[in-house]
Design a protein around this ligand. Structure first.
Ligand code: NDP
Ligand code: 8X3
Length: 250
């Protein structure tokens, strides 16, 4: 049984990963800003899988809160084996000159600095125990830039660089770092990106079968099942209809 901390577990990939890891008899820490959703998920996981579940309500951009909640983890949850930096978002899909600067700030603060804060808070325990696995949820948007992707692509390219950098710096402590780069997946991602515009969000998934959150959770789970000496450094996964950021067959 491993202790797995998943950021952004109130929805989408994070929620599906919490379900997958709980179903496989792990101790789960779920985080996010929406306390009601965390409470409901904790109840569901405890009832369905009888595993220990702990919820932490915080914003990954709030540096003081990040360190406070990790430091105050109850002993039964304090030895984190797997950290999944999943909390993240895209905001807007506009040409560079039209993009909102506040949206850029939010994406970079969440997708890049949030990952740095959470990892910095968790990693001392992994170093002490000489083992750990950090999984960063990147994106194909961090592999190829696309039109009107500016701020989001920049954040996921930065995260890719950060994943590579973490791997180089942490391998001497026997810590694995895996970057997962999914393509289009149907979650709340597009509703957030298009700021509640349901028609725009639905259009993203028209005419093909996108990845589901459960598909992504299965792949992430697999990367944690390998022997101690084996690490998947990075993995790009898309639905069959998508080859890359540019080619999607509808
Ligand atoms: P969802 O919108 O469904 O879930 C995003 C999660 O991130 C929510 O649980 C949300 O929780 C959390 N979150 C967002 N901002 C913050 C914050 N400031 N502090 C704490 N938690 C936060 O999207 P997905 O599940 O699709 O996305 C998960 C990750 O996967 C993201 O990093 C995204 O960039 C990436 N990704 C998504 C793809 C897709 O097509 N769906 C493809 C490739 C990568 P709450 O609002 O409660 O805080
Ligand atoms: C989400 C996938 O292609 O919308 O990261 O950027 S994409």
């Amino acid at each position: 049984m491993k202790t797995v901390l998943i950021t952004g577990a109130t929805s989408g990939f994070g929620k599906a990963m919490a379900q997958k890891f709980a179903a496989n008899n792990n101790t789960i820490i779920i985080t996010g800003r929406r306390a009601d959703r965390l409470e409901a998920l904790a109840r569901e996981l405890t009832a369905a899988y009888k595993v220990p579940v702990h919820s932490l309500v915080f914003d990954v951009r709030d540096r003081a809160a990040v360190f406070a909640v990790i430091e105050q983890l109850p002993p039964a949850f304090a030895n984190i084996d797997v950290l999944i930096n999943n909390a993240g978002l895209a905001l807007g899909r506009d040409y560079f000159e039209d993009a909102d600067i506040d949206d850029w700030d939010t994406m970079l603060d969440t997708n890049v600095k949030g990952v740095m804060y959470v990892t910095k808070a968790v990693v001392p325990g992994m170093i002490e125990r000489k083992q750990g696995h950090i999984i960063n949820m990147g994106s194909i948007a961090g592999k190829e830039v696309y039109e009107k992707g500016n701020g989001y692509c920049a954040s996921k390219y930065a995260l890719d660089a950060l994943s590579q950098s973490m791997r180089v710096d942490l391998l001497r402590h026997k810590i694995k770092v895996t970057a997962i780069h999914p393509g289009a997946a149907e979650t709340e991602f597009s509703m957030v990106r298009f700021k509640g515009n349901e028609a725009a969000a639905e259009k993203m998934y028209e005419g093909y079968q996108p990845l589901s959150a459960a598909d992504v959770a299965d792949v992430v789970f697999y990367t944690t099942t390998l022997p101690a000496h084996v690490c998947i450094n990075e993995l790009v996964l898309t639905c069959q209809a998508q080859a890359n950021s540019f080619y999607l067959h509808r």
